[in-house]
Design a protein around this ligand. Structure first.
Ligand SMILES: Cc1cc2nc3c(=O)[nH]c(=O)nc-3n(C[C@H](O)[C@H](O)[C@H](O)COP(=O)(O)O)c2cc1C
Length: 284
């Protein structure tokens, strides 16, 4: 039972949009460096224990979150990717997939979907599975046929899950932009005021992890502002015509920043802020 004073404090916090965050896992830091989008899978089923593990993991994530959820869909994703081939080529032979679903009534839905989705991708990567965020070339109607969706919800992205050959396949190498697809902008150009050698180590590690986040068409729309004990994530001003929110990409970078800070023993909380800023990570 809250006293009146405590209740008011709670209200103020929820209006500012402070959120519950998940338990970061130590394996996620290495997974940031290992993860690569894979589109050609080995046509090999996942073990039942692995599927059960991922399903339990997604339930735990969903319990600590509002406004976004992850569903492991133990069905062949052929219908989900059918007929749609983006410039990166088709997703092939994955045995199952996960859907990232947002409650469109939530004002921070996009960044929340990015954040919760990347929790799953990093966990899957740490377990030796291959993934690929897909926000453009999939059929949300096919996902809706397989997963229950409320009226206010939308499927914002999916990822295939499975094993991929260690080396890129010939087909993957043929895809448009293969040589540059993993390239990332440097910290200097992503930070307002540029890179500062005097930043504490946790800031440097967190920004390096943030920089490596995946984004739609590798556009890297995040910009960072470092202040004493905080890092702000904002959206860039570059116009593009993709129908995928840049705030979703920023949500992915937010998780990476938090994992990087965590690696250096620094804990913090995200505070959502107004457009074009997305959120500020404040050291606790
Ligand atoms: C939100 C989002 C949507 C994406 N949509 C697609 C997609 O529709 N098709 C695809 O092949 N790749 C898609 N990607 C993968 C990106 O192209 C990829 O993450 C980026 O090029 C960086 O490469 P990397 O993931 O290997 O580091 C998407 C990535 C994100 C984060």
């Amino acid at each position: 039972m809250f006293t009146e004073k405590e209740f008011i404090t709670q209200e103020i916090i929820s209006k500012q949009g402070v959120d519950i965050m998940v338990n970061i896992k130590k394996e996620w830091y290495d997974a940031i460096f290992q993860r690569r989008s894979r589109r050609q899978f080995e046509n090999k089923p996942l073990k039942t224990e692995e599927i059960n593990y991922l399903t339990d993991f997604s339930h735990q994530l969903n319990e600590s979150f509002t406004g976004a959820r992850v569903e492991i869909v133990n069905k062949n994703p052929e219908q989900v990717f059918k007929g749609l081939v983006g410039s990166y080529g088709k997703i092939k032979d994955a045995p199952l997939y996960a859907a990232f679903i947002g409650d469109m009534k939530d004002p921070n839905v996009q960044e929340k979907v990015g954040y919760i989705g990347e929790c799953l991708l990093l966990e899957a990567t740490a377990r030796g599975l291959a993934t690929c965020w897909v926000g453009g070339f999939f059929r949300p109607e096919a996902v809706k046929d397989q997963v229950g969706i409320d009226d206010s919800e939308q499927v914002l992205a999916v990822t295939p899950l499975g094993y991929a050959p260690e080396q890129y396949t010939f087909g993957e190498k043929l895809m448009a932009g293969f040589a540059t697809v993993h390239k990332r902008k440097d910290i200097d150009s992503l930070c307002s005021g540029g890179f500062n050698q005097d930043w504490p180590q946790w800031v440097k590690t967190a920004l390096e992890a943030g920089r490596l986040a995946p984004s739609a068409v590798n556009r890297q729309p995040w910009r960072f502002t470092v202040n004493a004990d905080s890092i702000k994530v904002s959206v860039d001003t570059v116009k593009d015509t993709y129908n995928i929110s840049k705030r979703l990409d920023c949500g992915i970078a937010m998780l990476h920043i938090e994992v990087g800070a965590w690696k250096e023993g620094v804990r913090g909380k995200w505070h959502y802020v107004n457009h074009p800023d997305v959120a500020v990570f404040m050291v606790e």
